[in-house]
Design a protein around this ligand. Structure first.
Ligand code: GYE
Length: 328
């Protein structure tokens, strides 16, 4: 063999060995990785889209194997599922917290077992955030502000709000103690401070479902017909309430302004039909972002404490045009 051929061959071998070493060291742990995903349930159109997005992204990735647990809106089921993930030593936990409090001990157990927890959508309370790696999802506080700011603008344009006459608002709250219910309310009320004539005259939970949104709105209307605005913490409750408004002989979208959050297909249809007025988008398609976060973790990259999603707002002037491009 000629000398230069030997050198080329040697270089080739060195390159191959080096790249093999580099590849082997690419991840903290060699794939496939077992990912435990604890979802809260299936209360809304939003949740369905979110579950499909995360399950698809995780199960379509050849490096991941998914273990799925649906808590059916019960915190104790969720804590059990998290403990079973820890017991079977999954590589990563993906977790949406039904409510903010009560997960401290189980999150500490995960941390002790060195299992990273990547939160999706609903976060835990401040004091427990130190036990999870990151959270990805929406800024619920900002969503509440957006809804109130849209309302202020709309009332002004319609000549309904003179700054003095009371504007009576009925509120359908999400699941009590959940991050989106707490923060959407807070954000909305923050903007309300600049409108002293706005009043929340009724406020109750409808648990983020159509089935509960309807009877709660019925009860509001039975007690009092003088409601100008419905602020619902999600579209599903708004859709249930729209039904109740109609059955009470009133026109949703006209007699009562309907503002909600999520941006699901059902509310787009209602907005286009003139029966709802505005939805603040909350993007449930978090699967690809969750997968990215798992890779980042496995590659030893530092993850930001919070990964925000970018979202819009839709009303009767924009819903029709945007509808064909909606993915959920
Ligand atoms: O708005 C609602 C769902 O946590 C952001 O939960 C989510 C909320 C969403 O049930 O429809």
């Amino acid at each position: 063999m000629k000398k230069w051929t030997k050198i080329v061959l040697l270089l080739l071998v060195v390159t191959l060995v080096l790249s093999a070493v580099a590849f082997g060291a690419k991840y903290k742990k060699n794939p496939p990785w077992v990912i435990g995903f604890s979802q809260i349930g299936s209360e809304s159109e939003w949740r369905t889209a979110d579950t499909i997005s995360i399950k698809d992204a995780l199960s379509e990735d050849p490096n991941m194997s998914l273990v799925y647990a649906d808590a059916q809106q019960k915190q104790e089921n969720q804590i059990k599922a998290l403990r079973s993930f820890i017991a079977r030593k999954v590589d990563v936990i993906v977790f949406t917290a039904l409510v903010e409090t009560g997960y401290g001990p189980v999150l500490q157990e995960a941390q002790k077992a060195k299992i990273p927890v990547i939160m999706v959508d609903r976060d835990v309370a401040k004091e427990d955030q130190q036990y999870r790696l990151t959270i990805m999802g929406s800024n619920f506080l900002e969503e509440g502000r957006k809804a109130a700011n849209w309302l202020a603008d709309y009332l002004k344009k319609q000549g309904i709000d003179d700054g003095k006459k009371p504007v009576n608002i009925a509120e359908l709250q999400g699941t009590v103690g959940s991050a989106p219910a707490i923060d959407r309310k807070k954000g909305f009320e923050e903007i309300m401070k600049g409108h002293p004539n706005w009043k929340i005259t009724h406020s109750q939970t409808g648990n983020f479902t159509r089935a509960e949104g309807k009877p709660v709105m019925e009860a509001f209307l039975k007690a009092d017909k003088d409601i100008q605005v419905l602020f619902a913490h999600n579209d599903d409750m708004a859709l249930g309430a729209i039904q109740a408004i109609k059955e009470a002989g009133l026109k949703p979208g006209k007699d009562i302004i309907v503002v909600s959050m999520d941006g699901v297909k059902g509310i787009f249809e209602a907005i286009i039909a003139g029966e709802a007025n505005c939805t603040v988008e909350c993007n449930p398609l978090l699967g690809p972002q969750a997968v990215q976060a798992i890779y980042d973790y496995m590659e030893g990259k530092k993850l930001p404490a919070k990964i925000d999603t970018i979202e819009g707002i839709f009303d009767q002037t924009t819903a029709k045009e945007a509808f064909p491009t909606r993915q959920y």
